[in-house]
Design a protein around this ligand. Structure first.
Ligand SMILES: *Cc1c(COP(=O)(O)O)cnc(C)c1O
Length: 591
């Protein structure tokens, strides 16, 4: 066999030198392999010994071009005939010869053959590829994703202990819905529901089972809670002989997008209390004013996504009790505690926001936010059985015994539920409290550092979700969007966004502090923000000078010496206007 002419594509080169009997290669028999051999190793070649040294040193260097590989270039493998088992040492020697054993060599060769071609994007490819190549190709492309640990945009957990990683992988093949087949998993879910219900002060007895369910996240939890309210309200209206075709929910304009989804998908009007500059959560007074006979619930947020601030659920409850009494309505409250549900009970146990308030009928919380589990788990808890209409619960028996289910999905992974149970028993109240205190302390340190720069106003509150939301005191030269974009250079992902109505003109930069964000990272972030601000300052001055120079040169403006001054002022104004437009048009929201 003559050596291939192009060492840069070993796979194709070696394949060319083989006899390819049919235009279409046989499927890659990766499931059949001899002990001691890598899958796909041609047994014929494997049985032959060669004295050559390892391929990397013997392979000829590239010279000249070699045609691009095509599917037909794949070596066809000889049909599987039983052969004597080659000793392991022989295999090692054999694998060292490139030309004869191109297949196995290349499967470990940094996906050599596959990196040249466009990867499949629209149609499933005709042929299989070795598993190593598939892995390499995908993991390489994923390198271009941001680093989750530096993603300060998200509340969602990015670090867990390795032990729980093992539990997750051990149960990754379990379907949550097969309750009869995996009764222990179901039992763990129920234990989580009980523990969370107690954490939220549900009026249940010590040994009583709480009413709730694991969901994919708070969004699904909110859909379920919303459906329960809608059905309960409709039933009552029907009983009273009143129309039930115009349900509405009252919320603040700061609600997370899942409420808007619920409203649109399930045809409920969302009546939003507008925000004002300086007050970025729902005003309970205004909310209660908006309540009418068609209001299925008022949704309060414990930990606004935008600023982390807790809404005053107690005041809302008290005002609504009064309104209900006066009007004969029966409007309940749902608390969206997606992030605050796993913070307030530990940091502010005296704060009354949960089932201690009589009108709070259901609460959702994201297990994958401060519940400290990787993405894919949320919880919804109802105050009592009466708050979950029986007709929404389905009973299925085709997987075994009778199973009540109330979820939007059917099949889903069980790992995250198991991981949630791990966190609850591993950390206990003490552990969660400790972690939340750390997050709070890190948020405070970052806030103080940012305040000290003198460039920012702080919008987040100390006793809310541990995050720092800031706006620029002066955004005439650059905006928070510029800061956000420039921080990417250092790897930081810090989102900038504008507030909802009626505070759209306020543009905010937000840093969420999670368990895995430590003090030294916080100090580096602070240093990088400072650096970016200084650079932007310098750049803005430079830009203004340049434009002024051009204006002067081209003789724009008055003929006297005032030309430069006037231009600077004009340009500054224009710059500010452009920034405002940018803020208006930029629609990147927080998650
Ligand atoms: C994150 C969040 C949601 C959505 O939760 P997911 O778990 O991501 O579905 C809803 N409401 C608030 C207040 C949130 O912060």
């Amino acid at each position: 066999m003559s050596p291939p002419t192009d060492g840069s594509d070993v796979y194709a080169a070696a394949s060319k030198n083989q006899n390819v009997p049919s235009p279409r290669p046989a499927p890659f028999p990766s499931h059949i392999h001899l002990p001691g051999l890598r899958p796909g190793l041609d047994r014929e070649h494997a049985a032959t010994t060669h004295p050559s040294p390892p391929h990397r040193t013997t392979f000829p260097r590239a010279r000249g071009r070699f045609p691009s590989p095509r599917a037909a270039d794949l070596p066809s493998l000889s049909p599987c005939k039983p052969r004597p088992r080659p000793p392991a040492t022989m295999v090692l020697t054999v694998a060292a010869t490139a030309a004869d054993t191109a297949e196995p060599l290349n499967s470990t060769f940094f996906a050599t053959r596959y990196v040249r071609d466009q990867l499949p994007r629209y149609r499933m490819p005709e042929n299989s590829i070795p598993k190593e190549a598939a892995y390499q190709i995908i993991s390489d492309e994923l390198m271009l994703d941001g680093n989750p640990r530096l993603n300060l945009a998200s509340f969602v957990t990015t670090w867990m202990e390795p032990e729980v990683g093992k539990l997750i992988m051990d149960s990754v093949n379990k379907n949550y819905v097969d309750m009869d087949e995996y009764p222990v998993t179901t039992e763990l879910q129920n234990r989580c529901v009980n523990m969370i219900a107690h954490l939220f002060n549900a009026p249940i007895k010590e040994e009583e089972t709480a009413i709730g369910v694991a969901t994919v996240g708070s969004s699904e939890a909110i859909m379920l809670a919303g459906l329960a309210f809608k059905r309960k309200w409709a039933n009552k209206r029907k009983e009273e002989g009143k129309p039930y075709d115009k349900p509405n929910i009252v919320t603040g304009a700061n609600v997370q997008v899942c409420w808007e989804k619920f409203a649109r998908y399930f045809e409920v009007e969302l009546k939003e209390v507008k925000l004002t500059e300086g007050y970025y959560v729902m005003d309970p007074l205004k909310a209660v004013e908006m309540v009418d006979e068609n209001t299925i619930c008022v949704a309060a947020i414990l930990g606004s996504t935008l600023t982390g601030e807790y809404e005053d659920v107690k005041l809302l409850n008290d005002l609504l009790v009064e309104k209900n009494k006066k009007t004969g309505f029966n409007v309940p409250i749902h608390v969206d505690a997606a992030s605050g549900g796993f913070i307030a009970p530990f940091l502010h146990p005296e704060l009354e926001w949960d089932f201690r308030l009589p009108l709070v009928k259901s609460i959702n919380v994201s297990g994958h936010k401060y519940g400290l589990v990787y993405p894919g788990v949320g919880w919804v808890i109802w105050r009592s059985k009466d708050d979950l209409p029986e007709e929404l619960i389905f009973h299925i028996n085709y997987l075994g015994t009778d199973q009540p289910t109330f979820t939007l999905n059917f099949s889903k992974g069980a790992s995250q539920i198991i991981a949630q149970y791990y966190q609850l028993i591993r950390l206990g109240f003490e552990g969660y409290k400790h972690i939340m205190e750390n997050c709070q302390a890190n948020a405070t340190a970052l806030r103080e550092g940012l305040e000290a720069t003198g460039r920012f106003d702080i919008l987040s509150k100390e006793d809310g979700v541990p995050l720092v939301a800031i706006r620029l005191k002066d955004s005439s030269k650059f905006s928070v969007f510029d800061i956000s974009e420039n921080l990417r250079r250092f790897g930081w992902i810090v989102p900038a966004y504008t507030m909802p109505a009626d505070a759209e003109h306020v543009a905010v930069l937000r840093v969420v502090i999670r368990e895995d964000f430590n003090r030294s990272l916080s100090q580096r972030l602070l240093a990088d923000i400072n650096r970016v601000v200084q650079e932007l300052d310098a750049h803005a001055v430079h830009a203004i000078k340049m434009t002024t120079a051009i204006a002067t040169q081209t003789g724009e403006g008055a003929e006297d010496g005032a030309v430069t001054k006037k231009s600077v002022l004009d340009i500054e104004k224009e710059f500010a206007e452009a920034c405002k437009d940018l803020v208006k048009n930029k629609k990147t929201g927080p998650c």
